[in-house]
Structure formats: C-alpha cells, structure tokens
Ligand binder design. Structure first.
Ligand code: AKB
Length: 313
C-alpha cells in the first residue's frame, strides 16, 4: 500500500531533500509538505504544501485527517547552536512537536513516524572514537538533552502503546541544495561556499576538531531505508547510530585544496567549539548495518568533488 506522507519542517536542510526524494518515490499526490511559513521554493511550488505550526496539535491533526495521512516525518527542530541561544523555546519545539505526533499515533490516527535524533545525544563522558550504540550518554547541550529525552519517549511509546516510530542519530549533514540552519557542524557546508566565493574560510572550530559527518544523499537514503524496512527489522526504537565520514576542519580544507590549490583556512573557535568537544569523533553503526542493511556510500573526496562541481553551477 502506498503511504500518504506528511512532512513537518519540509523547507529545512533535511526536509527539502527528503520531500523531493519522497515525492519521486511515492508521487506528488502522496506527499504533503508543510512548514511554519510558505517560502517561494520548489517544495512549495511543485507539490502539495500546507502551512503548519509543529506546536499546534489541532493543526497537525486536521492535516492528518484531511489528507488521510499514514506516515509522518517530523523534521522541525532547533539545532545545537541555535538551541543554546534559546533553551526554553528549543525544549518546547523539540519535545512538544514530538509528543503531538506520538500521541496521534497512539490514538491510531497515523501508522508510522520518522523522528530524527542526533550525535548530540552523546556527551563528554561518552567514548569518543567508534562510539557504540549503547554507551554513556550525558549530553551537555539543550539540543542533545532534548534529543536524548525524545529517544526515551519514542521507545516508551513503542513498548507501551505499539507506536511504530523509527529514528536515526544523524551526524553533521552536508548538501549543496540547502543551507544548514544553526548547527555546530554547519561549517562543513559553509566552507565549500566560501572556497568558491572567496578562496578562503574562517572556521569557528579548531583545526583538529574531528566530528562525524555524512553527505546528504546517504542520509536521505538511510531515512527512506529505515522507513521501508519491515517492522521486525527495526529492533531499536530509541534511535540508531549512523556513520558516514569523520573528518577535521583541516582535513576537509586539504580535500578542497585538491581542487582549489590556493584555498586557505584560518581558525577562530567560538562557543560552538565547546559543543563540538562534547561530541563523538566517530560512530559505530554496526546495529543499523545488521538490522536493516545500512551502508554509507560517500567518502570525503567524493563528497568534495560533488559539492564543488554543483555549487559552481
Ligand atoms: C548540529 O550540528 O546541531 C546538527 C547535528 C549534529 O545534529 N547538525
């Protein structure tokens, strides 16, 4: 049966590419994009679009009933750097939007939920290299606390009420179509833009700050794959570790220099350094590989090539 999909937060960094992909797979009529405001972009202009406030249960319920929605992808959230500036709103948005969709599933109005978690669920006491699926989790950011709490609620709703909720701990995501929105890993997108525009980049993290990252196409494929997996395959109902590439600012700069030899990078760490220092450097995603067959495709060099080629156009 073809799902009827609602994407909340469809105009954000992940939402934009996810909506485009889901429309290709399931058809424009089966994918309803929604966001807090109506922008003039492909998501709004080339398919069904509705304005929705992720904090308004009644609005979401109305859309679910109007379009007979089966699957909800809840992509609206405040990311790590923005959340530190507005903790109360970050907690409100990140938690209550999740409760709204979990509760809609609990009363049988929707069948399946995708909710993104993040490497931010880990903290300074977590083993930094090859961070395991199950380990110490003491996040020190508002965003990380909200994602870890969200994971607990997802698992609770699954066990107590049979809610079919699926989730991935995204690393930093890199894409040429959409700009990131307020994360600690945003530098890894901005660096490509500045390399082409100015030939130089000032990084807000230090040269050796290694973080887990992933090319957006891999992340979207992982999202589609976990949602298409049989329910029995999805054994973890909090959230799956997902690994792509890990690199430092100096390593991404070197990979850009292979294409733009004169490119230079300088370092001016700000408040985001502390956030980066609390996160893992690399992730062990063997559970996702075993349970639903995950495998990443892009490495740093193949990603750099695609980013520079496409941003030049
Ligand atoms: C952020 O930097 O806040 C996000 C994330 C890792 O979840 N990209």
């Amino acid at each position: 049966m073809t799902p009827k999909i609602l994407i909340i937060g469809a105009c954000g960094q992940i939402g934009t590419e996810l909506t485009t992909t889901l429309r290709k797979i399931y058809g424009n009529d089966n994918v309803i994009a929604s966001d807090i405001r109506k922008l003039n972009n492909d998501i709004v202009n080339h398919g069904i679009f509705e304005v929705v406030n992720a904090l308004d249960y009644n609005q979401i319920q109305h859309l679910v009933e109007q379009y007979e929605i089966t699957d909800v992808y809840l992509m609206a959230a405040l990311l790590s750097a923005t959340a530190e500036k507005n903790p109360a709103f970050a907690w409100d948005l990140n938690m209550n939007s999740l409760f709204h969709v979990l509760n809609l599933a609990k009363v049988g109005k929707i069948k399946k939920i995708f909710w993104p978690s993040s490497i931010a669920v880990f903290g300074p006491t977590t083993p930094r290299e090859h961070t395991p699926q199950y380990t110490i989790m003491e996040p020190t950011t508002v965003y990380g606390i909200s994602k870890q709490t969200g994971e607990r609620w997802c698992e609770y709703y699954h066990h107590q009420y049979g809610v079919d909720v699926r989730s991935i701990r995204y690393p930093g995501l890199i894409s040429y179509t959409t700009e990131p929105g307020g994360g600690t890993t945003d530098y890894a997108v901005d660096i490509y833009h500045k390399a082409l525009e100015k030939g130089s980049f000032e990084c807000f993290l230090s040269a050796e700050s290694k973080l887990p990252m992933m090319y957006m196409e891999d992340a979207i494929r992982a999202t589609v794959e976990i949602m298409q997996a049989e329910s029995e395959q999805v054994k973890i109902r909090s959230s799956y570790n997902l690994s792509g590439i890990s690199f430092t600012p100096s390593e991404i700069a070197k990979s850009i220099q292979n294409y733009i030899p004169d490119f230079t990078i300088s370092y001016k760490p700000d408040f985001r350094q502390k956030i980066a220092d609390s996160w893992p450097a690399s992730i062990d995603d063997s559970c996702a590989r075993q349970d639903w067959g995950w495998k990443h495709k892009y490495d740093l060099d193949s990603m750099t090539k695609i980013m520079l080629e496409n941003l030049k156009k």
